[in-house]
Design a protein around this ligand. Structure first.
Ligand SMILES: [Zn+2]
Ligand SMILES: [Zn+2]
Length: 296
């Protein structure tokens, strides 16, 4: 029997939200992705950029208690700013588990607490009414009823996860902030090889495509990729569907639409699907359950 899941992009912008007319087609909210699994009442979210606020407003319409797991790739503002504005955190009937890879010696709760300390925000994490537990996600695999999740380290300016989710026979990789460097150093070569292995034959790759090669030249080391590199490496690794995301706030709809047109003309035949992610976009996927994943 086939099962189904639905992916929804609540935010696709990188760096900072940009609520300008010229950005509305692709969207101005920062990174937040929902993976909705049919028949599951526990939601699954990757990253809490400003798109997370809109997701929370939608969830808050529900009368019954809300349960959810939130996996954060890294604590840069554009992946965290929606966190304090998520209304279901303020209701005692709700239950959440938050995961973040270790930031050196600093764990998940300290990072979130720092972000919500009184200098920056009037409500501290301990004042939130919901049952919230913060889990520092050490490298390894976590198993849940419908899926497993693991990560590799991205090439970014702080410790950042590239998450891999497995739903039966279907694999999704989420990598909103990752630099595919192009220099000929040993470090770059080793990283690109490891990344290629990690994305080998995955069904869906959602990856940082903040720049094109021309823009990238003056932004080497900033932690983001040129879309041309992503398309190339994804094709070679056998990725089936590719979404480019984390759009630069200074790349307006006209720029992005031009890119998308060129990308599709040149590369569509290499993938089952290829697009620049848009805020509000949804993708339905069916998957075959494999052996029962051990609960943990
Ligand atoms: Zn980012
Ligand atoms: Zn970042």
């Amino acid at each position: 029997m086939k099962n189904s899941l639905n992916i929804k992009f609540w935010g696709v912008r990188g760096s900072t939200p940009c609520a300008n007319d010229e950005n509305m087609h692709y969207g101005g909210n920062t990174t937040c992705l929902q993976v909705e699994v049919e028949g599951q009442d526990e939601f699954l979210i990757l990253d809490c950029g400003t798109g997370f606020r809109n997701f929370g407003n939608r969830m808050n319409e529900a009368e019954q208690s809300i349960r959810g797991r939130v996996f954060i790739t890294h604590p840069h503002w554009d992946h965290l700013q929606g966190f304090p504005f998520f209304k279901p955190f303020y209701e005692g009937k709700n239950w959440f588990r938050i995961y973040l890879p270790p930031q050196g010696e600093i764990g998940c709760k300290e990072i979130l607490q720092g972000h919500m300390s009184s200098t920056f925000f009037p409500v501290s994490i301990d004042m939130l009414e919901a049952d919230i537990d913060c889990d520092t996600f050490q490298p390894g695999t976590k198993y849940f009823e419908e899926y497993s999740i693991e990560y590799m380290w991205a090439d970014h300016t702080v410790p950042t996860a590239i998450y891999k989710l497995k739903f039966g026979d279907t694999v999704i990789v989420f990598s909103p902030d990752n630099e595919l460097a192009t220099d000929d150093s040993e470090k770059t070569r080793a990283f690109r090889e490891a990344f290629s292995r990690f994305i080998k034959d995955v069904d869906i790759l959602i990856h940082d495509g903040q720049y094109d090669r021309e823009q990238y030249e003056s932004r080497v080391g900033w932690g983001h990729s040129a879309w041309e590199e992503v398309v190339e490496i994804a094709y070679e690794a056998g990725v089936k569907r590719l979404f480019l995301t984390h759009h630069d706030p200074d790349n307006d709809d006209e720029v992005l639409a031009n890119w998308e047109k060129n990308i599709k003309e040149q590369h569509s035949r290499k993938f089952e699907f290829l697009a620049l992610a848009k805020e509000g976009q949804e993708v339905a996927i069916s998957y075959q359950k494999t052996e029962k994943i051990p609960a943990k």
